[in-house]
Design a protein around this ligand. Structure first.
Ligand SMILES: Cc1cc2nc3c(=O)[nH]c(=O)nc-3n(C[C@H](O)[C@H](O)[C@H](O)COP(=O)(O)OP(=O)(O)OC[C@H]3O[C@@H](n4cnc5c(N)ncnc54)[C@H](O)[C@@H]3O)c2cc1C
Length: 379
């Protein structure tokens, strides 16, 4: 690992810190967790401020190290994260930047950076999650459009999105990884029905999406027809590589808050609790070093994160669940059941971390096969 900060990078950090210090106190209050239109407006409003101040493209155009500094500083200062537009900023945007034509980059990138347009991800289907290449949503060419029929599930933020990065089957006769294409689908196209799904935490952040002869222009295809699987791998490497970096900083902050809360509430005498907190502190320090290592590798490899993202995702998702189990212990009794408490909500949502963006079993398969060189398991 070679991760030393240059003078220029340290100057970037100082400039950003000053800007955050000036702008954060003037932010409007956060909307309630269930108010998705309000959350969209809040998150895209923050993105617009970043854009106007020259930080809008930091997730794509900056070097991995600069991006790391940005995430570290914004999280430390308590600034909003990508929120409702995480797909636009962390998946679709970087994918279009890497794989799109000049005209596609021109059309789609600036509206994401300015906070004008929000994206969702239409990859998973009822019969295609871990085995994503089994997807069956069909796209049939009709002149200069694809006519799309099928259904998607777990589509995060579909209700407030303007665009969907959509995987469709364009050649049903080809081997399953070969007949897929990656499309940008406008969410206001006729034939789309979005049915929200409620999570354990009471939020309707994702939805089922039904597509009935939806017409999408052929010009909205990113990459070649039937080459969508390769494009998808680019998207997923961003998802697993850097999407969770800011959260590690946040978890380290929560650890400090847990210790402070335990001291104040008289729980600090509990040796088991102190041991748990110490173990988690060590775990998150290691995760932070792993993050830096991954960033350093990405920097050396031209900016696209590698399989180290799977090691990180696997350890991080389980550590996050342990962290919020300990938080429930610190809150104790009725406190741990208080559905209005941030730690309780984060505990419930932490359950999804070992499923979303590739389950733990799938990450273990990737680590076994691509890093340790073990033979492919029987599937
Ligand atoms: C909070 C959240 C947000 C999401 N957002 C989106 C989104 O915006 N867009 C989108 O397209 N999808 C989204 N997803 C879906 C997510 O990508 C899938 O849930 C995930 O890929 C797992 O697929 P599945 O749910 O179909 O489970 P399955 O693939 O059916 O897996 C079921 C179980 O079998 C195990 N398993 C499967 N295959 C193997 C194997 N080869 N080896 C060992 N074990 C295996 C899995 O680990 C799991 O435990 C989201 C999910 C969550 C939880």
């Amino acid at each position: 690992m070679d991760l030393t900060y240059t003078e220029e990078e340290e100057a970037f950090r100082a400039r950003l810190r000053r800007w955050l210090g000036g702008v954060l106190p003037a932010l409007p209050p956060k909307p309630s967790p269930g108010d998705w239109p309000g959350r969209r407006a809040y998150d895209t409003g923050w993105q617009r401020r970043l854009y106007d101040a020259g930080y809008g493209d930091v997730h794509w155009d900056a070097s991995p190290t600069t991006r790391l500094i940005f995430l570290e500083e914004t999280e430390r200062a308590g600034a909003p994260y990508v929120g409702a537009n995480f797909v636009g900023l962390l998946h679709a945007g970087p994918t279009i930047a890497a794989e799109g034509t000049a005209a596609q980059r021109e059309r789609w990138l600036t509206p994401v950076l300015r906070g004008d347009e929000v994206w969702c991800q239409g990859f998973s289907e009822p019969g295609a999650g871990s085995d994503l290449a089994s997807l069956r949503t069909r796209a049939v060419r009709d002149g200069d459009a694809y006519v799309i029929t099928g259904s998607k599930i777990w589509t995060s933020h579909a209700e407030v999105a303007d665009w969907c990065e959509l995987l469709v089957r364009t050649d049903p006769a080809a081997a399953k990884h070969r007949g897929i294409s990656w499309l940008a689908m406008p969410m206001d196209a006729p034939g789309i029905t979005v049915r929200p799904l409620r999570t354990l935490a009471g939020s309707t952040e994702f939805a089922e999406m039904f597509l009935d002869e939806v017409r999408v222009p052929v010009g909205n295809r990113v990459g070649e027809e039937n080459d969508g699987w390769r494009v998808t791998m680019v998207t997923l490497s961003f998802e697993r590589g850097t999407a969770f970096v800011g959260e590690v900083v946040a978890c380290r902050r929560v650890l400090g808050e847990l210790a402070a809360h335990a001291r104040k509430s008289g729980r600090w005498d509990d040796a088991v609790l102190r041991r748990e907190l110490a173990l988690l502190t060590a775990e998150f320090s290691a995760l932070w070093r792993l993050t830096q290592w991954n960033v350093s590798e990405a920097q050396a490899g031209g900016g696209v994160p590698g399989v180290g993202g799977s090691v990180f995702k696997l350890r991080y998702s389980h550590a996050r669940q342990r962290l919020y189990d300990v938080a429930a212990g610190v809150l104790g009794g009725a406190g741990a059941l208080d559905a209005g408490h941030e730690w309780t909500l984060d505990r419930l949502s932490s359950l999804s971390y070992t499923i979303a963006a590739g389950t733990s079993q799938i990450q273990r398969n990737i680590v076994a096969e691509r890093i340790l060189g073990l033979p492919k398991g029987g599937r």
